[in-house]
Design a protein around this ligand. Structure first.
Ligand SMILES: Cc1cc2nc3c(=O)[nH]c(=O)nc-3n(C[C@H](O)[C@H](O)[C@H](O)COP(=O)(O)O)c2cc1C
Length: 312
């Protein structure tokens, strides 16, 4: 089984990717948070994809676009950095994205999706993978969408079996993932599952249902428990070792953020985004989370976190 870290805007930049690579090195492949392909890459994006900042990490840049020439142009900008494959985001549910028919917005327009992919796969002389949801308002069009996907030489199709309207609510629609397993030719396209893998139970339920599945992408579950993949692989780790690795992982991210952002407030804000998922691992987790949410200065933040790790 191969495990991938899901792209997450604001969370899976190079600082976090490196921390995973150094302290929980179980991730086979990483994806950048989406890069808006309509514009030229800015300094922040260039820093994020720079191979110097991604040493030893297998990284796939993700494009946000529904225009073939934009994807081709982004690829042209990425080649000098050593990238070949591009992943296209057809899953983002955010209002500002879908209002432009981008992300999961295009899933309501199968004909438009078909012509986009037709032009893209005709013009692209490099591997293009896709990350998709299973519909917009509902999954009635999923049959049609999967027929469209199955026509093209998609290098890897990651399916997050929710529709746009679900955002992250409700449970993944496993019947829709089953249809993808049935319709996608594994000799042409590798199918990757994504959604709600958070522990051994959810992992076993998935692999019991789909024993042929070979690739799983995990997002929130890895922030709730950075050692999750080790657990899924049956690698044992006692509490002291987990605490030590978790602390090193946390400290590397904090010092990385403090060196990137001009003020400590920004670094603390970004650390809070991680704690929103991670606090559940700690004792008295709700109380801890409240304290972290309230804290405004680096000194306060550091002392709360020190106590949390002491009590771990
Ligand atoms: C805060 C946040 C940011 C995200 N940013 C992206 C993104 O840039 N590109 C993308 O394809 N998906 C993005 N996603 C979706 C995740 O990649 C993933 O599909 C989703 O979290 C479901 O997987 P999970 O249940 O393992 O977390 C984002 C999700 C969250 C919660």
């Amino acid at each position: 089984m191969k495990f991938f870290l899901a792209p997450m805007q604001g969370l899976t930049g190079y600082t976090v990717r490196n921390a995973f690579h150094h302290h929980f090195d179980y991730i086979d492949k990483y994806y950048t948070p989406f890069i808006p392909a309509a514009k030229r890459m800015n300094a922040k994006i260039k820093r994020d994809i720079d191979p110097v900042n991604n040493d030893g990490i297998t990284l796939i840049p993700q494009a946000m676009s529904i225009v073939a020439d934009e994807v081709i142009d982004l690829h042209r900008q990425l080649v000098p950095y050593g990238y070949d494959e591009i992943n296209v985001n057809l899953g983002c549910p955010s209002g500002t994205v879908v209002s432009k028919k981008r992300g999961s917005g295009i899933l309501a327009y199968p004909d438009m999706l078909d012509s986009f992919l037709d032009e893209l796969y005709t013009k692209a002389d490099f591997p293009v993978s896709i990350k998709t949801r299973v519909g917009f308002n509902d999954d009635e069009l999923w049959h049609r969408l999967i027929e469209i996907y199955s026509k093209y030489p998609i290098s890897e199709l990651t399916v997050h079996p929710r529709v746009q309207k679900d955002f992250y609510k409700n449970t993944p629609r496993m019947d829709d993932f089953a249809l993808a397993m049935q319709k996608i030719n594994p000799d042409k396209t590798t199918l990757c599952y994504n959604g709600d893998i958070t522990d051994t139970n959810s992992f076993n339920a998935l692999t019991d249902c789909f024993p042929d599945i070979d690739e799983i992408m995990i997002g929130r579950g890895l922030f709730a428990n950075p050692a999750l993949i080790a657990e899924l692989k049956g690698i044992s780790m006692d509490k002291a070792e987990l605490r030590e690795r978790l602390k090193n992982w946390h400290d590397e991210i904090l010092s990385g953020y403090l060196s990137i952002f001009s003020g400590e407030k920004d670094a603390i804000f970004r650390m809070k985004e991680i704690w929103a998922y991670m606090h559940g691992l700690f004792s008295d987790s709700e109380k801890l989370w409240k304290k972290i949410k309230k804290c405004q200065t680096l000194n306060d933040y550091k002392s709360i976190v020190r106590m949390a790790f002491d009590a771990f």
